[in-house]
Design a protein around this ligand. Sequence first.
Ligand SMILES: [Cu+2]
Length: 179
Amino acid sequence: MTGFRFLLVSAALTAAIVWALPVGGAYGMGGACSSGQVMKTKSYVFALSIGPVEEMYTQAQVKAKHPKTGEVMLSGTMGSMNMSSSSIHHLEVHICTSGGAVVTGAHPTITIDDPTAKTMMMSVPIATMEGIGMGMSDYHYGNNIDVPSGHHITVTVKLNGEQVVFHTTVSKSAMSMSG
Ligand SMILES: [Cu+2]
């Protein structure tokens, strides 16, 4: 019976391999929603990161200027324009389905609750973006926002009746090499 058993095992392995491919295949095995802080709801995976301010370009500006770094806006408008302020950060939320596919064209809401700021509640104007040269796997929602470094904030993301609440501290580093 050993031979039969081996056949069963290899059939199961083959099935597992075939099954694994479509899940990670579309946008890379690392997954678009695996970096930063990750939280899950029934239908979605949300990955939050707050980093240094990013240059945000319209698609027309990208065509005209050919920037090598920064982000291209696919919809929405740039939030905080005051790029020189040290409290400007770039907030981004990658959203995937529970199966790992990038969710595009959705309408999430993102609110920041900063108990130590003058304006305690702030809703983030939603732009959809991709890092220049990064393509669809970097598709995300967010904007440049004015939140001072060192502040402890909560970030609430809602989509289609599901929500996650992140607790985070805004990073002190003003500069970084990340695009
Ligand atoms: Cu962005």
